[in-house]
Design a binder for this molecule. Sequence first.
Ligand code: A2P
Length: 354
Amino acid sequence: MPNDNPPNLLPAALRQPVPRLPRVAVVGATGAVGVELIACLEQRGFPLSDLTLLASPRSAGRTMAVRGADLPVQVLDDSSLDGVHIALFSAGSAASKRYAREAARRGTIIVDNSSAFRMDPDVPLVVPEVNQAALATHHGIIANPNCVAIIAAVPLAPLHAANPIRRVIAATYQAASGAGAAAMEELRAATEAHLQGETYAPRVLAHPYAFNLFSHDAAVDLETGENGEETKVRQELRKILATPELRIGVTCVRVPVLRAHTIALTVEFDRPITVDAARDILAAAPGVRIVDDRAANHFPMPREATGQGDVLVGRLREDISDPSGRSIAMLVAGDQLLKGAALNAVQIAERLLT
Ligand code: A2P
C-alpha cells in the first residue's frame, strides 16, 4: 500500500492530553455532513469551550445557528486551526490532504471523514463499537471510515467475534447524501421536474436520478470492473475488522433515497450458525437495533433508519444457497449522515476526552 503521508507525527502517548473543555472546529461546516456534525455536538452535549466553523471561500459571510447563537462561518486557511484541540474534517479529500497533516503537526487532533488517510498504516480507522482500542495508536489523525463500511461493520463485528467470518457478499442501496448536499438537492429537483413532466439535465451525478438507480458514481477500474466505492468498502472493512485476508465481494448502487444507506449482506462463517443465534448476538450488540418482523414483512428501511443513530438489522435468514449451515443473509440500514459519518466522528471525538 503506497503511503504518501509519511509517519512523521507525534504518537498519541507523547501528545498533550485533550483538555476537559477543548476548542473544537468543524471543517466543511456548511456541507451535508458538516451540518450533522454541528447537530451531533449540540444534541450530545459535547463539552467544549469554543466552536469554530470553517468552509470554503464560497461560504464567506455566512452564519450558522449553534446553541441559540449565530456563529460566523470562517474561510479555512493555514492558521484556522491554531489553538484548536479537536478538528472534525468533512470537506473532501483535497482539503484534508492540504490542511490536516500540518494542523496535526501543530497539535490539533484531526477526526477526518474523507478517504485521504484511511488506509495509511499510521492512521487508525475507527468505529468505536468495534475497534475503539485502535485510537491509542493515533499520530494526530484518526480516520472516520466510509459510510458503507461503518454501517456494515457494526453488525458484522459482533458476529465475527462469536464465529469468525470467512466471506462476505454485499449489495448496497446507497442514498444521495453520500455524494454531498448538492446530490441531495439534485434528487429533490430531478424528482420535482419528473413529476411536472419536465426534463432535468443531471448536474452533480452522471445519470438521471428521479425514479432510477445506477451503479455507484465512483470511478470504475477498467481492468477489474470494480468501482472506487467497492474497493474502499472491501479494504476498509478488512482494516476495521482486523481481517486483512477476509474475502469480500461488493456491488455498490446509488438509489433515489435522500440520506440512509441499505445493504444486503450474505455472510459465511467458520462454523455452522443458526438464525436464532445470530439474532441473539446482534440484539445484544452496541449500535444495533433489530427490525425483523416476518409476519408484518417489516424489515430495515431507509425511512426508519433516517435521523437516528442505530444500524437497523433484519431479514435474518439462513442463506439456503449454502447447504453447510454456515451462512446467514440479512438486510441492514443506517443513516449515512449520522452513523455513516457525523455521529461516528463525534463518538470518536468523545473518546478522546479525558
Ligand atoms: P462550501 O459550502 O463553502 O463549499 P458537501 O459534502 O455537502 O458537498 O460539503 C462539502 C463541505 O466542504 C462544504 O462545507 C464546503 O464548503 C467544504 N469545502 C469544500 N472544499 C473546501 C476547501 N477547499 N476548504 C474549506 N472547505 C471546503
